[in-house]
Design a protein around this ligand. Structure first.
Ligand code: MG
Length: 244
């Protein structure tokens, strides 16, 4: 199964093989189990403002800007975009609601696979649309000595964000890697789209309530049902990547 997916990718992109040097990790829903809180906060806040956005739908919008998500719902329910003021008020309320929840826990399996990746001499990078100021401290606390500050891509680095390939292209640029020298690990359809559009072999990990096809339709080259499953598969996958 891995061989087939790799073969299909290299043929499609005109590479001879994947020469793996870097693993690019999305953060929310991959490294931290934060998506249930984001989804709850979106659902609750939007209903306070008279909009319907179910928790399930919130997962589909993961990675979009706040304004982008709000406007999709506003267009659907009112036929026009939200005003700047509405967007600010709603997004502020959503952020406040999110901050009332406990701090998200590390995703099971994430540290384990990162330690293996580091031990093999590969570079691990974080590519996130999140713009929390304390991001690096949190990452260093939960994943000590894994990530380098100068190799991180966050909301502060990018103009467009996912599903635009920009964040992943920027990660390649920061690390001086080519697309076939990296793989992307993503949980959200828009993140998968971004990884695939950057020309990188993209692995989806379905840590949310979406059906798998949402992630494969978005362009995932491989799919795992959870981070522990990805961690367990890592040695085998890495061996096959090296033989490809
Ligand atoms: Mg994510």
């Amino acid at each position: 199964m891995y061989q087939e997916a790799i073969k299909k990718y290299v043929e499609q992109h005109g590479h001879q093989r994947i020469r793996l040097k870097a693993v690019l990790f999305d953060m929310d829903g991959v490294l931290f189990n934060s998506m249930p809180y984001h989804a709850k906060a979106w659902n609750k806040t939007m209903s306070q403002f008279g909009f319907n956005l179910s928790e399930e739908e919130a997962y589909l919008h993961e990675g979009r800007t706040g304004a982008g998500t709000i406007n999709i719902v506003s267009q659907r329910e009112r036929g026009h975009d939200a005003t700047e003021e509405e967007i600010q008020r709603i997004y502020q309320a959503k952020s406040e609601e999110f901050n009332r929840y406990p701090e998200a826990e590390r995703m099971p399996g994430a540290l384990e696979v990162l330690l293996k990746i580091k031990a093999t001499g590969l570079t691990a990078m974080v590519v996130t649309g999140s713009g929390q100021r304390s991001l690096l401290d949190r990452l260093n606390h939960h994943f000590p000595n894994i990530f380098q500050k100068e190799l991180m891509v966050t909301a502060f680095d990018v103009k467009y964000g996912k599903p635009n390939p920009e964040p992943y292209l920027m990660a390649l640029q920061k690390g001086d890697f080519l697309p076939h020298e990296a793989i992307v690990i993503e949980n959200a359809p828009l993140g998968v789209e971004a990884g695939a559009a950057a020309g990188i072999f993209t692995i989806a990990v379905n840590t949310g309530p979406m059906p798998d096809h949402v992630l494969t339709d978005a362009g995932a080259n491989l799919l795992f049902p959870s981070m522990p499953a990805f961690n367990e598969a890592w040695e085998n996958l890495y061996a096959i990547l090296q033989q490809s």
